[in-house]
Design a binder for this molecule. Structure first.
Ligand code: PMP
Length: 357
């Protein structure tokens, strides 16, 4: 089976095998990872390794702290402004997908939001450029990859040049391409795409931006408490963190981010060139903004779309259907998707187009 789902999504086969073994007998302890106390040395070693791997793979400097937190990326939509934005202050936001729009809605509960770019009117099919970000903004929030509409910021330089701290929702492309992660003051990602299992968030935060808001924060919402306690403020999602650690280890074994980026580039190039070559398929995102993680495309004929989806399923390819409110197709090409999966999908597309054309 090739799994093209957008998340939870494909993970490396070896991760599934090791995680399955750890449920039965973790590291020959005679205990399951599911019954292991989180304060044991055995689990502490898992957490330490997961954090160290993130630091290593992202080349983080000493100011950037790595946290594994509960609540999914949606919790970060409000935890970010709660920690960074006073009621009388401005935060700049880009509105480039349903997820970015949700982040904006939550931030408005805490301070002033200035939307500095939106492609909502064009059905989020492109990314707004030449953003004017107020110098007084406490931070600029972007969604690095737009999971639903299949767009991805390719050039981060304009953001760096604003001089405003950058906060990025990298849920659907974290660790898929080389970026200077130290240029971001806060990065968050639900783990269930490139990092590991659902149930945990990866948060990377520059500790220097914290502690500047006036409001009182609930203990669990204050990033500083999680930093002080090494992501063990309360019971962490032990199994989800373990699966992240295994996935990060796998990524390191592959050669890290630069090596996986090369394969990701090949996968995306193959799929987009197939879409562009075959008139029956149409890409939906502006060419220069195309995502290498979530490839969105349609056909003119809804009956044919249904037929193609059924064919995918018959041939062991699942998750090619577009987002539930959008339709069409979306093939997610996360790190764990091998090139062979995309070769199988494009072979099917070629064959289908030939028969229908
Ligand atoms: N941001 C982005 C870019 C996403 O793709 C998603 C979910 N797919 C979310 C936020 C929400 O994540 P969660 O379900 O973990 O809250």
């Amino acid at each position: 089976m090739y799994n093209f789902n957008a998340g939870p999504s494909i993970l490396p086969r070896t991760v599934f095998e090791q995680a399955a073994q750890a449920i039965l007998n973790f590291n020959n302890t005679g205990l399951s990872i599911l019954e292991l106390g989180h304060r044991t040395d055995t689990f502490q070693a898992v957490m330490n390794e997961a954090i160290a791997l993130v630091k290593e793979l992202m080349h983080l400097d000493a100011d950037h702290e790595v946290l594994f937190l509960h609540g999914g990326a949606s919790t970060q939509f409000f935890q970010v402004p709660m920690n960074l934005l006073n009621e009388n202050e401005i935060a700049a936001y880009t509105d480039t997908d349903i997820w970015g729009a949700k982040a904006i809605k939550e931030a408005r509960l805490f301070g002033h939001v200035e939307v500095v770019g939106s492609s909502k009117e064009a059905n989020y099919s492109y990314l707004p450029k030449q953003l004017v970000v107020p110098k007084t903004a406490k931070y600029l929030h972007i969604t690095s990859n737009n999971t639903i509409y299949g767009t991805q910021w390719q050039d981060m330089n304009p953001f760096y040049e604003t001089g405003v701290p950058i906060v990025a929702d990298m849920s659907s492309d974290i660790l898929s391409r080389t970026l200077d992660f130290n240029k971001f003051d806060l990065i968050y990602a639900g783990a269930q795409k490139n990092v590991g299992a659902a149930g945990v968030n990866l948060v990377v935060v520059n500790k220097n931006i914290l502690g500047k808001v006036d409001r009182k924060l609930p203990v669990m919402m204050d990033y500083r408490n999680h930093i002080e306690n090494g992501s063990m403020l309360n019971t962490p999602p032990v199994f989800a963190v373990y699966v992240c650690m295994l996935t990060l280890r796998w990524l390191k074994e592959q050669g890290g981010v630069p090596a996986i980026e090369k394969i990701n580039d090949q996968k995306a190039a193959l799929l987009y060139s197939t879409i562009d070559k075959l008139p029956i398929f149409k890409g939906t995102a502006a060419v220069e903004d195309r995502s290498k993680m979530n490839v969105t495309f349609v056909m003119d004929d809804a009956a044919l779309e249904k037929e193609f989806l059924a064919l995918c399923k018959e041939n062991g390819m699942v998750g090619v259907k577009g987002y539930r409110t959008i339709g069409g197709f979306r093939a997610s090409l996360y790190n764990a998707m091998p090139l062979e999966g995309v070769q199988a999908l494009t072979a099917l597309m070629n064959d289908f187009a030939q028969r229908k054309g």
